[in-house]
Design a protein around this ligand. Structure first.
Ligand code: PEP
Length: 253
């Protein structure tokens, strides 16, 4: 089953400054002009912590929401130097937060820690973009499904509000490399994630599942042929308004 909206979520990683608001304004203007695309889409920018408040204050857009790229597992305040909590994010205008990105898993985020972060984010009524996916080594050993199943099982719980959770399938080896999986593999994996989600969590709801990993304005045409993909988590290409707009345009072409 597919979901109603297609998501285009930008993950700016450690890029951007106050002047980058112009890039998002261009995307907003595009949305104003091309309502035929935007009525079917949700556009979200997950930007560095330093930019969330400024962007969400300066751009009140019905087309674009803002989010963060991670949060601390403690929900409110605590002696955690350099960290930012879900409640802090909520107060500066974030509506979404990416949790479990492979770049954070590399830095030590375990499935257990990710679960705590998801709980904190949900308690703050943030929408969670939960990333799952296999490394190259795991892929080569044929362990993709096993890894993803374990990530879902270890970090989600039946008691969560599933209307607030989006999953993103991000094969780690496809992130920032220009490499993408075979299109039939993406389709199979997205369907697997949807089925496992329902099976493990014993819910009827079909989750929103995105694809992420080297999406650009040319390979998006291939992805658009797979109706089961509910949208995209876009890293590098989302930093350019032109590339981001072209991805959306070409998706609907
Ligand atoms: C990401 O960082 O989530 C991502 C998908 O990056 P890229 O599009 O650059 O591969």
């Amino acid at each position: 089953m597919t979901n109603k909206f297609k998501y285009f979520i930008g993950n700016w990683k450690m890029f951007g400054n106050l002047a980058s608001l112009n890039s998002i304004k261009q995307v907003h203007n595009f949305c104003l002009k091309f309502k035929k695309y935007t009525s079917k889409s949700k556009i979200i920018y997950c930007v560095p912590y330093t930019l969330i408040y400024f962007f969400s204050q300066k751009l009140k857009s019905k087309f674009i929401s803002f989010g963060a790229q991670n949060c601390h597992f403690v929900e409110t305040f605590g002696p955690y130097t350099g960290s930012v909590s879900a409640s802090m994010l909520k107060k500066v205008g974030a509506k979404y937060v990416i949790i479990g990105h492979s770049e954070n898993r590399f830095e030590g985020d375990t499935n257990k820690l990710i679960k705590q972060k998801i709980e904190s984010a949900l308690k703050q009524n943030l929408n969670v973009i939960f990333c799952v996916g296999e490394t190259l080594k795991e892929k080569n050993k044929g362990k993709t499904f096993k890894v993803i199943k374990n990530q879902i099982k270890s970090s989600l719980s039946k008691k969560y509000n599933f209307n607030k959770i989006i999953l993103a399938y991000e094969p780690v080896w496809a992130i920032g490399t220009g490499k993408i999986p075979k299109i039939q593999t993406v389709k199979k994996t997205i369907i697997f994630i949807k089925n496992q989600f329902q099976k493990i969590l014993k819910v009827k709801k079909t989750p929103v599942v995105l694809y992420g990993g080297s999406v650009n304005n040319s390979n998006i045409r291939m992805f658009s042929s797979i109706s089961e993909i509910d949208g995209f988590l876009i890293g590098g290409a989302s930093q350019s308004s032109k590339k981001f707009i072209d991805i959306i345009k070409n998706y609907y072409k």
